[in-house]
Design a protein around this ligand. Structure first.
Ligand SMILES: Cc1cc2nc3c(=O)[nH]c(=O)nc-3n(C[C@H](O)[C@H](O)[C@H](O)COP(=O)(O)OP(=O)(O)OC[C@H]3O[C@@H](n4cnc5c(N)ncnc54)[C@H](O)[C@@H]3O)c2cc1C
Length: 386
């Protein structure tokens, strides 16, 4: 497998890479195809990752983390995604979109009790923002939280929610004011799974086994104590979580691209045509050289984005969008070329490249589409050039 070399990688990162790689080989690789074929949710793997602090590496050790940096999170998702992008994305959603958000914005109980349970995967959590009405335009969501007596009553539908089928708790973004107020009237709540929550599976072409589902909240009653952050300030929580989420998706596309290059490399070394190994054709060597160059370019922007988020640099959010966008563009090129180099084998259901290809497509959509990233980058650019 491709060795990771980069100026930001320390001895501690190298040890982490080794640990994740070993867990990936031992636990993820043997069931990655089965997860894909049977849409199987890897509950045991989530526990194993949680036990090792790998779901929330940036949290302190006493909260179930490793007291590590954002680059550690990026490396964990990258390495896991070499074996299974589904597992990489599950780690990101559970750890960063959910546990990290409760830890950062939640009250004392959420921070001290809930976040560690999520970090160890004793509880499973979902990030519920997207709705049938609106995905890219998240400020237009319609799920309502209404004040009745001293409580809040939540009604609405969320869609394409990762591990929604298996979640014990949901971080739900709701409208708490007029729709015209858009992002200024959105509040986040913790909703526990109960009879008021209805989860229906959605079958997707890639990152299968992640429990993607539609969730209906029917008169779910929650209290002020279940509010995450402040009233009408939920949109900021969603956007800040998604900045980290975009780094995670960029890391996952990097891992998928590395896996694709390896699969293609193994194939062209063995496969013969016109009386010689495919590897001996210069055109094939050039394709591999391009793939390696794209991968190192992807690595640079991904790790630099992790550094920027870690240091809370003002442009970090724009880097996160750029990393997600450029990795999607370069990485899809790599994956498409890898399938081409392996001919019909690459498209057969028994090849790993087939799964990588399908998984990759979803990376251009989840956590904000390529177009949404371009909107964010353009806004950043227009400010930067003023
Ligand atoms: C497998 C999977 C898992 C997911 N997990 C979660 C989850 O855990 N939690 C969650 O909340 N959501 C989740 N999502 C939802 C995901 O975030 C949305 O699908 C995504 O944000 C896009 O929204 P949409 O599908 O409604 O597309 P739409 O917003 O309807 O967009 C359709 C197309 O129009 C384009 N478009 C939209 N607006 C513009 C514009 N202004 N300019 C140019 N083009 C535009 C889009 O780029 C896209 O190509 C998941 C999605 C998938 C596929």
């Amino acid at each position: 497998m491709i060795r990771i070399r980069h100026s930001l990688i320390t001895k501690r990162h190298e040890e982490l890479i080794e640990l994740v790689d070993q867990l990936g080989k031992q636990y993820v690789e043997p069931i990655a195809d089965k997860m894909d074929r049977e849409n199987l949710y890897p509950r045991d793997i989530m526990r194993k990752l949680g036990e090792n602090g790998l779901l929330t590496p940036t949290l302190p050790r006493e909260y179930g983390g490793l007291g590590a940096d954002m680059l550690s999170m990026s490396l964990i998702v990258e390495i896991l995604s070499r074996y299974s992008a589904a597992v990489g994305i599950l780690a990101e959603v559970q750890g960063f979109l959910v546990a990290h958000a409760f830890y950062t914005y939640g009250n004392k109980w959420m921070r001290e009790e809930l976040a560690p349970k999520l970090a160890r995967a004793e509880l499973i959590g979902s990030f519920a923002l997207t709705e049938p009405c609106c995905g890219s335009d998240a400020a237009a969501i319609e799920t309502r939280a209404e004040r009745r007596g001293g409580e809040w009553v939540i009604n609405g539908r969320k869609i394409y929610i990762t591990q929604g089928l298996y979640a014990d708790v949901y971080l739900v973004f709701t409208r708490t004011g007029p729709k015209e107020a858009r992002h200024k009237a959105i509040t986040a709540f913790l909703v526990r799974r109960s009879n008021c929550v209805e989860a229906t599976p959605i079958d997707v072409m890639g990152i299968r086994g992640t429990g993607t589902s539609e969730i209906r909240f029917n008169d779910c009653v929650v209290s002020d104590d279940d509010m995450v952050g402040k009233l009408n300030e939920g949109f900021k929580i969603a956007m800040e979580a998604l900045n980290i989420g975009r780094l995670a998706v960029a890391s996952s596309t990097l891992g998928l691209s590395e896996a694709a290059l390896m699969e293609a490399y193994k194939w062209v070394r063995e496969r013969r045509a016109f009386d010689q190994p495919l590897m001996d054709f210069e055109w094939i060597q050039f394709q591999l050289a391009d793939m390696a160059t794209y991968i190192e370019t992807m690595r640079n922007i991904t790790y630099e984005t992790a550094y920027a988020l870690d240091k809370n640099l003002p442009d970090a959010y724009a880097y996160a969008s750029m990393a997600k966008l450029v990795n999607a563009l370069l990485g899809f090129n790599i994956v498409r070329t890898a399938v081409q180099l392996t001919g019909a084998y690459g498209v057969s259901m028994s090849s790993k490249l087939n799964r990588i290809y399908r998984d990759f497509k979803l990376m251009e959509i989840g956590e904000g589409t390529n177009e949404v990233q371009r909107r964010i980058i353009y806004r950043w650019l227009s400010k930067a050039l003023e």
